[in-house]
Design a protein around this ligand. Structure first.
Ligand code: SAM
Length: 207
């Protein structure tokens, strides 16, 4: 299982999504949609072993968490607008502390970033924070270690255009969550997801 947790600092938290202005009035919802596209879409297929969380901290009612479950998704297509329509539906619902399904495979809840991270630690997942100045990923997840750790599943935490706050970074640090770097260059969040999938695909299929 591969899971991604995106902290979307400015992403809108109501159903008042203007599909013609995802970057502006929706708080970089375009970025969230691109991450979802990278998390799930293959050419003519969907990655069913992937779960993606976006935790929205924008106006008017933060936080709101969305969960996308690859094995259950239906009718979603890779373009930003199509994904934004499903997000709008989920954000239009009333949220409480339990996950509730909005459309197949898409869930919403009143949960914050830290609660979701703690859930993954409690489940014993291999949890990592993707960070420009982390340890090179290949020093930690490689052909030697992959088979030993893969059954626990992988969770990758990443930031949006703003990144994580200092308090969030301290929170992850206190939990001893390792920082992994994918490149010497600063990448977009969706590019990070593409690279992580590619590294894990090569380890999984030994190619
Ligand atoms: C556009 S970057 C964030 C830039 C933001 N100014 C910051 O300081 O975090 C989006 C996210 O992608 C991830 N990221 C970007 N470049 C990375 C790299 N070279 N290695 C690992 N993760 C990276 C980080 O999680 C980052 O928060």
């Amino acid at each position: 299982m591969r899971e991604f947790i995106l902290k979307a600092n400015k992403a809108i938290t109501s159903g008042n999504v203007n599909l013609k202005d995802l970057p502006g009035s929706c708080g970089r919802l375009d970025l969230v949609c691109r991450c979802i596209s990278s998390a799930f879409f293959l050419s003519h297929d969907i990655r069913r072993d992937t779960v993606f969380y976006s935790v929205h901290y924008g106006e008017p009612n933060p936080p709101v968490a969305l969960k996308f479950v690859g094995s259950e998704l239906k009718r979603l297509s890779p373009d930003e607008r199509s994904i934004a329509i499903f997000i709008k539906k989920a954000l239009s619902k009333e949220h409480n502390s339990k996950w509730r399904e909005s459309t197949p495979g898409i869930y919403h809840a009143k949960k914050d970033f830290r609660e979701i991270v703690l859930e993954k630690i409690e489940k014993g997942r291999n949890v990592y924070f993707l960070h420009l100045r982390g340890k090179p990923i290949k020093d930690v997840i490689n052909s030697r270690t992959y088979n030993e750790i893969k059954d626990r599943g992988f969770v990758f935490i990443l930031g949006d255009h703003i990144g994580l706050t200092e308090e969030d970074e301290r929170f992850l640090n206190d939990l001893k969550i390792e920082k992994l770097s994918l490149s010497p260059l600063e990448l977009h969040a969706n590019q990070c997801i593409d690279i992580v999938h590619n590294i894990l695909d090569k380890l999984e299929y030994r190619r």
